[in-house]
Design a protein around this ligand. Structure first.
Ligand SMILES: [Zn+2]
Length: 557
C-alpha cells in the first residue's frame, strides 16, 4: 500500500471514530443518567399469611435490622388491605404484581371449578410444559393470568434487558410475581427431592448455580435439625400456652409442643415436604435468593433487575398452629433474623442506595375459630357438604331435579346449565330460588347472584370486595359471604383465610431503599396500589389491566 493511501485510510478511520464517539457517547450518558435515578434492583418480598399486627405484636422482640429497619428507616403503610374476595395465595400474588383484582386478572382462587372443562383446576398447572430439575412438580406456567405484571412491564420497557427472577417454596408464589416474561421462576419440590425446580416454560435445564445449590447438602442439613424456640419459651408472652387443643399435630407427635425433632418426624410427614412447615423453609428461600443475586449478578449493571421472593412457611405454620401459637411467634422471630441477614447481604453485594424493596403479604388470617368460641366470641365452621345436600333438596323440591348445581367451592355455586336447559327451566328462577333458601343455612351472612354483580356497581363494603373478586367469565352463579370468623376447614385445629374481613385483608406494606422516604401513613391503601407505585418509581408503564393508584407519600421529594 502506498503511503498516501495509508494516510487516507487512517484519516477515514479516525473521522469515523470521532463521528461514532459523538453519536454514541451522549446516548450512553443519557441512559446512565436516567438509570441512575432508578434502583439497580427491585426486591419484592411477600410473606405468606402475615397479618399486620405481627409487626406490632412481636415488635419488642424483633432485632433492629429486620422488620424494624423497614418500619423505622422506610415507609410503612399501616392501613393496607386486600380489596377483594377471596383472599388466597395465588390471588394475592397476582393482585400485588398486576395492580388489579380477579375481576380483571382472572386468578380467582388457588384452585377453582372450571366451567368449560367441567373440573377443578389448579391456577398454575400447564401440561404444555415439562418439569425441569426433578421428576415431578414443574408442569406449570402463568398462562391463566390474563394481564401483565409490573415485572412484565419492566421487561418490555427495557427492551428485554434486565433480569426478572421469582423464588418461593410454592410454585404459584414464584410464578405469578415473575410474570410471563421472566428469566425464571424457581420453587421447592419437597417429597423425596428437596430441590429447587422450574418449568420448561422458562428454561430447558437448570442453571449450574441451581444444580450446585441443590447438591450442596444445605437443604438436607435442615432436615436433621430440631426446631426449638429461638429464645427461652417462657419469654414468649405474646402467644398462648404451647400445649392446647386449638393446634394441629405433626404425624407421630402427641402434642403440638416444642421441640420438633425433624429427623424423627420426617418419615411420617412427607420427608422433604416437612421443611415447608417449619421456619427453615424460609431460611432455605433466603439462602437461595442470595445465591441467585450473586450467580445472576442482579443489580450489577444499569438495567434494573427484579427479584420477587415469597416466604411460604409462615402460611403452612399458621394453618397448622393458628395465629396465636408459640410456633407462629417463633417463626416470625426467626424470619426477622433471616430478613436482617438478607438486608445486610444486599447492602454488601448490591450496595445501599442501589436497591428498592417492598414487603407485604398475600393475605392475613383469622384466629382459630374454636379458640374464639372458647372465649365466647362468635366463630364457626362452614360445612360445604351439608350445603350441597340442602341445595339438592331445594332443587328437587322446586324443580324436580337434584343435579342443577354441579359444583360448590370457594363459597361459590356453579350451576349445571346443560341440565337446566334440558329441563326447560328458567336459569334466573333457579338461581333466585336457591339464593333465597341458602341464606338460612348455618354460617351464611349474605348470598349474592352473579346477575346482581353484573348489573350493579357496588362502591363500598363487602359487596364491593365481592365484585372486585368476581370474574364474569370464570366465577360461579351464586356467591356466598360467610359470617365473620367462619371458615371451611376440615379440622377444629388450625386456621385459614379467604374472606373480606379485616383479619384476612389487613397486611403490612413497607417500602424501603432508593427513592423511598422515611415515614408512615394511616390512610386506607388497597394492595393493588403497589404495582403502579413501583411503575412510577421506575418510570415505566403500568401493568395493562391496572386499577391501582400511585402511593404518592412513599417517595422522597
Ligand atoms: Zn394459606
Amino acid at each position: 500500500m502506498k503511503k498516501e493511501h495509508l494516510f487516507i485510510l487512517l484519516f477515514i478511520f479516525f473521522t469515523a471514530c470521532v463521528a461514532q464517539t459523538n453519536i454514541v457517547n451522549p446516548k450512553e450518558n443519557s441512559i446512565t443518567k436516567s438509570v441512575n435515578k432508578k434502583p439497580r434492583l427491585v426486591i419484592g418480598i411477600v410473606i405468606d399469611q402475615m397479618r399486620y399486627d405481627y409487626l406490632t405484636r412481636f415488635y419488642d422482640k424483633y432485632s433492629e435490622n429486620g422488620f424494624k429497619r423497614l418500619m423505622n428507616d422506610g415507609f410503612s403503610c399501616e392501613n393496607a388491605h386486600f380489596n377483594y374476595i377471596p383472599t388466597y395465595t395465588a390471588v394475592g400474588h397476582a393482585s400485588i404484581y398486576t395492580g388489579t383484582t380477579p375481576q380483571h386478572h382472572g386468578i380467582i382462587g388457588n384452585s377453582w371449578y372450571d366451567k368449560f372443562l367441567k373440573k377443578s383446576i389448579y391456577c398454575v398447572d400447564d401440561d404444555n410444559y415439562e418439569t425441569v430439575g426433578a421428576k415431578k412438580g414443574g408442569k406449570k406456567s402463568p398462562y391463566r393470568l390474563f394481564s401483565t405484571t409490573i415485572t412484565d412491564e419492566l421487561y418490555l420497557s427495557q427492551n428485554k434487558k434486565g433480569k426478572v427472577i421469582g423464588v418461593s417454596i410454592k410454585d404459584r408464589s414464584a410464578i405469578f410475581p415473575a410474570g410471563h416474561t421472566a428469566n425464571a421462576a424457581y420453587w421447592y419440590q419437597g417429597k423425596d427431592d428437596g430441590k429447587f425446580i422450574t418449568s420448561s416454560f422458562y428454561k430447558d435445564t437448570l442453571p449450574d448455580w441451581v444444580v450446585d445449590f441443590n447438591n450442596s447438602g444445605k437443604i438436607s442439613g435442615y432436615l436433621n435439625q430440631t426446631w426449638n424456640t429461638l429464645y427461652d419459651i417462657n419469654l414468649y408472652t405474646e402467644s398462648i400456652e404451647d400445649n392446647n387443643t386449638f393446634e394441629g399435630l405433626f404425624k407421630g407427635k402427641k402434642t403440638p409442643t416444642f421441640p420438633y425433632n425433624l429427623s424423627e418426624l420426617k418419615t411420617n410427614n412427607g420427608n422433604f415436604d416437612l421443611l415447608k412447615r417449619v421456619p427453615y423453609g424460609n431460611t432455605i428461600v433466603k439462602d437461595f435468593a442470595e445465591t441467585a443475586i450473586i450467580a445472576e449478578q442482579l443489580g450489577q449493571d444499569n438495567f434494573t433487575d427484579f427479584l420477587a421472593i415469597s416466604f411460604s412457611s409462615t402460611d403452612y405454620i399458621g394453618h397448622q398452629f393458628g395465629i396465636d401459637s408459640k410456633e407462629i411467634e417463633d417463626t416470625y422471630l426467626r424470619l426477622d433474623k433471616d430478613l436482617a441477614s438478607f438486608f445486610n447481604f444486599l447492602d454488601k453485594k448490591v450496595g445501599k442506595g442501589n436497591y428498592t424493596l417492598f414487603l407485604t403479604a398475600d393475605h392475613a388470617a383469622v384466629q382459630v375459630p374454636s379458640y374464639l368460641q372458647s372465649l365466647k366470641i362468635p366463630a364457626g365452621y362452614f360445612d360445604e357438604k351439608e350445603l350441597k345436600k340442602l341445595v339438592n333438596e331445594v332443587t328437587l323440591n322446586y324443580f324436580k331435579s337434584d343435579s342443577l348445581v354441579e359444583n360448590i367451592s370457594n363459597f361459590q355455586l356453579f350451576l349445571n346449565k346443560r341440565k337446566i336447559k334440558e329441563l326447560h327451566l328458567d336459569t334466573y328462577k333457579v338461581v333466585k330460588t336457591i339464593a333465597d333458601e341458602i341464606i338460612n343455612f348455618n354460617g351464611v351472612y349474605k348470598v349474592v347472584t352473579a346477575q346482581t354483580l353484573q348489573t350493579t356497581n357496588f362502591t363500598r363494603g363487602v359487596l364491593r370486595l365481592l365484585q372486585n373478586g368476581y370474574n364474569q367469565k370464570l366465577s360461579g352463579d351464586i356467591l356466598i359471604v360467610p359470617n365473620p370468623s367462619t371458615i371451611v376447614w376440615k379440622e377444629r385445629t388450625g386456621t385459614t383465610h379467604g374472606s373480606g374481613y379485616n383479619y384476612d385483608t389487613h397486611v403490612p406494606l413497607l417500602f424501603y431503599g432508593k427513592g423511598i422516604k422515611k415515614g408512615k401513613s394511616k390512610r386506607y391503601i388497597p394492595i393493588i396500589d403497589i404495582a403502579p407505585t413501583l411503575a412510577n418509581l421506575l418510570q415505566i408503564s403500568f401493568p395493562n389491566a391496572n386499577t391501582g393508584k400511585i402511593i404518592e407519600e412513599v417517595f422522597e421529594d
